[in-house]
Ligand binder design. Sequence first.
Ligand code: CMP
Length: 382
Amino acid sequence: MTLRARIHGLLDEDSHGHAARRVRALEVLLILVGITSVSAGTVDGLAPAARAIAAAVTGAVAVLFLVGYLARLWVAPEVLRFHAVTEARSRLRWMVSPGGIIDLLAVIPALATASGGARLGAESASVFVLLWVLKLATHAPGVGLIGRVFHNERSALAAAAALFLVVLFSAATVAYWFEGARQPEQFGSIPAALWWAMVTLTTTGYGDAVPLTATGRIVGGLVMLCGISVLALLAGILATGFAEEVRRREFVRIWELVARVPFFSELGAIAIADIVARLRSRSYPAGTIVIRKGAAGDSMFFIVTGEVEVRLGSRTKALRDGDFFGEMALLERKPRSADVVTRTHCTVLVLDVAHFYQLAGQQPALIAAIETEAKRRRADAS
Ligand code: CMP
């Protein structure tokens, strides 16, 4: 593997390797340090020494971002979606991608300081808090998810937004009719009354504009009720959209892991879908005791990657990618027969006991195959 490919592996957002995760964590830490130092620089009574330290830290963070930007620009030809184009073109495409633009904006303090020579004033430097918060957002795993939920639920959200606008304008118009003459400043026109309608409809209630006539108050009460209903509707749409998207992503992730376990490869799509819905993934570092001899059996495990050892008295048995363990306690309804300890970092799929018995009813062939292997192991152990 070339140096460029290795560095790309470290910087790639989709990479799940240990080192890549550490680089990502370091970058998030740098952003937080940068935001803190810029924010500290805006505090009025800061001692000159502390101000100088804050400015130096901001500068150092900006320089490190510049190094990161140049590194990402260099490794852009390694990005899978740019493989079909020339190196120069792939770099250009990365530069104009949303991630590239945000990274460029984040290095502006370093570029500005280098070209201007002068230290940035606290006020102009504070702009970078916004840019760095934006950079932080690109690292948050939930940001893409939120975008996806808004996209998936766009028609329901548009309907709720339309409803909101209808209530907003109706409320402002009615308030203008009844309150306009009495309070011309707050309700003298529909645009002026819109402020009151917005504040009331969103249940904020600043209290700067208040209906005084009896009819105006009745309208105000109705607007408040409508506001709560529309907000509840919006929250409901977003909550169900979120739950659905998380479930969908988890399903795809587990499906990909299941595809790597040969034991499941003979099954048809319907059976796999049945199993995927019941599995969850877990990761264990090397040296973790996953199963303790004598404990109650509450789940079984399929190894996606990594190696474990089954401790059978004086000897050990290694199980690796594609093998399973923890089935004997479930099949025999007995305590665990051995300790199982990870030898390397392991990713496993876990099937809980309740799901195991459900599957036994729905996928008898699968459970029969597990039973055959368990019999062989029992014979081996005795
Ligand atoms: P269980 O008894 O639930 O917990 C310990 C697990 O170790 C057991 O299920 C099996 O999955 C595994 N195991 C026990 N004996 C052997 C063996 N001889 N070879 C491979 N794996 C075994």
